[in-house]
Design a protein around this ligand. Structure first.
Ligand SMILES: *[C@@H]1O[C@H](CO)[C@@H](O)[C@H](O)[C@H]1NC(C)=O
Ligand SMILES: *[C@@H]1O[C@H](CO)[C@@H](O)[C@H](O)[C@H]1NC(C)=O
Ligand SMILES: *[C@@H]1O[C@H](CO)[C@@H](O)[C@H](O)[C@H]1NC(C)=O
Ligand SMILES: *[C@@H]1O[C@H](CO)[C@@H](O)[C@H](O)[C@H]1NC(C)=O
Ligand SMILES: *[C@@H]1O[C@H](CO)[C@@H](O)[C@H](O)[C@H]1NC(C)=O
Ligand SMILES: *[C@@H]1O[C@H](CO)[C@@H](O)[C@H](O)[C@H]1NC(C)=O
Ligand SMILES: *[C@@H]1O[C@H](CO)[C@@H](O)[C@H](O)[C@H]1NC(C)=O
Ligand SMILES: *[C@@H]1O[C@H](CO)[C@@H](O)[C@H](O)[C@H]1NC(C)=O
Length: 655
């Protein structure tokens, strides 16, 4: 035994002697006994703050190896590209000319939460000079259950109820008509939020957290910063967590959202709830989980002619949520749509569709908050952002004000707010650049956890914040919502027990720590959409041209059942990159090439990931991206995937 350990032993004995002496004092014993509960209370109060500190510490742990990278984990490495740089400036210099609804004629009728009213200042603009010859009336607009055809059937009540200055409306959707001198001079549509449940019967003392999801279509994380920086700044002020590497799992809106809403992918859902019906009624949507907990549910989207479940699809028979504004928008576009820009009908009558949706979001949340009922709401806007990289800018103030007003009215208390997109811009010249490709795959995702939630579920909340810097997907968001529908799973003791089994194959709830080894394969992201892989350019040699030609032949095979589509030929290969799978020692012989090429006829630009395994086997990985607009070129077919490739033989019959 050496000198030091001897000294420690001596000190230890002395300490015990002393300790035994003082614990014999009953007064001190009492103090200790009393201080235990005091300590416990203090601990439960300061613990949320502690978990914040832990989150910060974890971020520091990420920070110092992240120089130049958004993430740099064992499983995933993604470069930190700039919001602005001279390389990409030219794609963002132009201004988008906004919509001119009804050729800039103002609305003649307006509404608030409960009533319609005449906008007298506008009467002159409509050349109304003799009020005796003028009146307005309204009819109810009702959805009809579709049978054997897409969800687009509607009817009006037969009577048109006249009103003078103002009228209180009990219906959900109404059509207003104004008549002057026996001629119809004005038509408009309005949505209200009438109570649909016996509100008096709802248990207002339940402390459930509302779920408010606000989506804006087709905006990458970086383009959100570029176009809507006031909104981004405000979200950050409100302590939203920004997910830096939320990677899409498929090409366009439908598959990237069906995964959020059901946990399934486009293929599997076809074999489960859609195997015997064209409608989506049998699918297990996440809002059903909340309905089971007596939440009020709402689903609203604009550009509903190409709605998530309606574009080349049948939608629903039975309305899936308590409130469904998308139906109103679809009929509005059909009856009063104007100011079309590419795919988007920007206006319904005198108003921009996205502003109508934003107003509806505000009204809906106002109603639910004042009724004090828990709600799950999924709102999706495409009309602001679908077709132009620079258009979202014109909506920055509109969204900023929405968030400001909701926050100022304390609508975010007891509410989990998720602000998100589905993918970045999929078409156009910026998409053909390296940065454009990466951005297309990384949409924005911001989540705000209210203080009340954090206090109840401190570890879960701290995990969620920490996962902002790990590879995440729409499947994960689904699992997160599953947890929110049963938040008892999120109590510290259950979080510490470990993850429950995921409902979806790949998803991991963001309330549990995601492993740093996670790679695209683990997350259910095919190599074609994976942003974790390093790439380097390779020259266009005969081998690359052969791979491109292989891809064109593959596309022709897919199109072979469609006599209306032309046979495609390889025109040119513009760029090629080899993707490095350094992450989990894939076989040396296997190489993935990302190839951009053009085809004839039609000059379609495409990007494919082609895997060459040894000398013999060649395979196209995932889907093939279309990088320029197909417009009317594929009007002869309806399959949403084949539309990207098909060039119609009889083109002019469709234009
Ligand atoms: C809506 O407008 C009507 C008519 O101007 C008014 O009487 C009513 O108080 C307003 N309601 C709300 C909720 O603002
Ligand atoms: C009002 O009258 C003017 C002059 O006749 C005409 O140019 C304008 O189009 C009219 N406006 C409407 C809304 O009919
Ligand atoms: C947003 O960006 C514009 C120009 O792109 C800039 O002038 C403005 O200062 C930015 N605003 C904020 C709040 O960052
Ligand atoms: C459709 O899928 C469901 C659920 O997986 C299954 O029970 C049913 O038998 C299937 N129906 C058909 C026609 O394949
Ligand atoms: C919302 O939360 C804030 C801060 O916790 C609190 O001061 C306020 O009273 C709450 N408002 C409502 C309506 O619950
Ligand atoms: C591409 O493949 C087609 C069909 O096999 C063939 O006819 C054509 O010559 C090939 N073109 C090139 C450039 O290899
Ligand atoms: C074909 O691709 C090459 C790059 O490989 C490019 O330099 C050339 O401009 C392209 N030609 C056409 C006609 O697009
Ligand atoms: C690497 O890949 C193999 C086989 O695909 C798999 O069994 C293993 O778990 C992977 N390792 C990591 C760290 O992902």
């Amino acid at each position: 035994m050496d000198w030091l350990s001897h000294q420690i032993k001596v000190k230890y004995r002395k300490f015990w002697k002393y300790f035994n002496r003082i614990t014999k004092v009953p007064g001190l014993l009492w103090i200790i006994l009393i201080s235990i509960p005091v300590f416990f209370i203090a601990f439960t109060h300061i613990r949320p703050k502690l978990s914040n500190i832990f989150t910060e510490m974890k971020n520091i742990e990420f920070e110092d190896r992240n120089k130049g990278y958004l993430v740099k984990t064992v499983g995933c490495k993604i470069p930190d590209l700039p919001v602005f740089s001279s390389d990409i400036a030219k794609y963002f210099e132009y201004e988008f000319d906004g919509a001119h609804c009804n050729k800039d004629l103002p609305p003649l009728v307006q509404s608030n939460l409960t009533s319609l009213f005449l906008d007298k200042d506008s009467l002159l603009k409509y050349n109304v000079s003799n009020l005796d010859l003028f009146y307005c009336c309204y009819k109810e607009l009702k959805r009809k259950i579709p049978v054997g055809h897409p969800d687009s059937q509607y009817e009006f009540s037969s009577a048109c109820s006249k009103f003078e200055k103002t009228v209180e409306v009990k219906e959900e959707f109404v059509l207003v008509q104004c008549i002057y001198d026996n001629e119809k001079i004005y038509e408009d549509l309005f949505a209200f939020i009438p109570p649909k449940h016996d509100v008096a019967l709802l248990d207002k003392n339940r402390k459930q957290f509302n779920i408010l999801i606000i989506g804006i279509d087709g905006i990458s994380r970086l383009n959100f910063h570029r176009q809507m920086n006031k909104t981004v700044k405000f979200l950050k002020q409100l302590d939203f967590t920004e997910f830096l590497v939320y990677n899409k799992i498929a090409d366009n809106t439908y598959p990237n959202l069906i995964s959020v809403l059901t946990g399934e992918n486009e293929k599997t859902i076809q074999n489960t709830c859609r195997n015997s019906s064209k409608y989506f009624d049998k699918c297990e949507f996440i809002w059903n989980n909340f309905k089971a907990k007596k939440y009020i549910t709402s689903f609203a989207e604009d550009s509903a002619w190409m709605g998530i479940f309606n574009y080349q699809k049948y939608g629903f028979q039975k309305q899936p949520t308590d409130y469904m504004w998308g139906f109103f928008d679809r009929i509005g576009e059909e009856l009063l749509g104007n100011s079309k820009s590419l795919n988007v009908i920007q206006c319904i009558g005198p108003r921009e569709a996205y502003k109508m949706l934003v107003q509806y979001i505000y009204d809906f949340v106002t109603r639910m908050t004042s009724w004090r009922v828990p709600y799950f709401a999924f709102f999706w806007s495409s009309s602001l952002s679908h077709d132009d990289l620079n258009k979202p800018r014109i909506g920055d103030d509109v969204y900023l004000n929405l968030f400001k007003n909701m926050h100022e009215n304390q609508y975010f208390n007891n509410t989990i707010v998720i602000v998100m997109s589905d993918h970045g811009m999929r078409f156009g010249s910026f998409r053909q650049t390296y940065q454009g490709r990466v951005e297309e795959r990384l949409p924005f995702l911001f989540i705000r956890i209210p203080q009340e939630f954090e206090e109840k579920y401190p570890i879960a909340t701290s995990n969620l914040k920490r996962n902002a810097r790990v590879l995440t997907t729409p499947f994960d968001l689904h699992e997160t919502l599953v947890d929110l529908a049963s938040p008892n799973n999120l109590l510290d003791q259950f979080i510490l027990e470990g993850r429950r089994e995921s409902k979806s194959k790949f998803g991991l709830s963001l309330f549990h720590k995601i492993e740093l080894t996670r790679n695209c394969e683990d997350a259910g992201i095919s190599d074609h959409w994976c942003t974790c892989l390093d790439s380097s350019s390779v020259g266009i040699n005969s081998e690359i041209i052969q791979l491109a030609n292989f891809t064109v032949n593959y596309m022709n095979e897919i199109l072979s059942g469609y006599a209306e589509c032309e046979n495609l030929q390889l025109k040119n290969v513009s760029t090629a990159q080899v993707l490095h799978h350094k992450i989990n020692g894939t076989k040396e012989a296997m190489k993935d090439y990302l190839i951009n090429f053009q085809t004839l006829p039609g000059n379609g630009l495409f990007e494919a990931t082609v895997r060459q395994d040894g000398k013999k086997s060649i395979q196209v990985v995932g889907s093939i991206s279309r990088l320029n607009f197909y417009g009317q070129q594929s009007a002869c077919i309806t399959d949403t995937h084949l539309k990207l490739y098909c060039y119609c033989k009889n083109l002019f019959g469709f234009v």
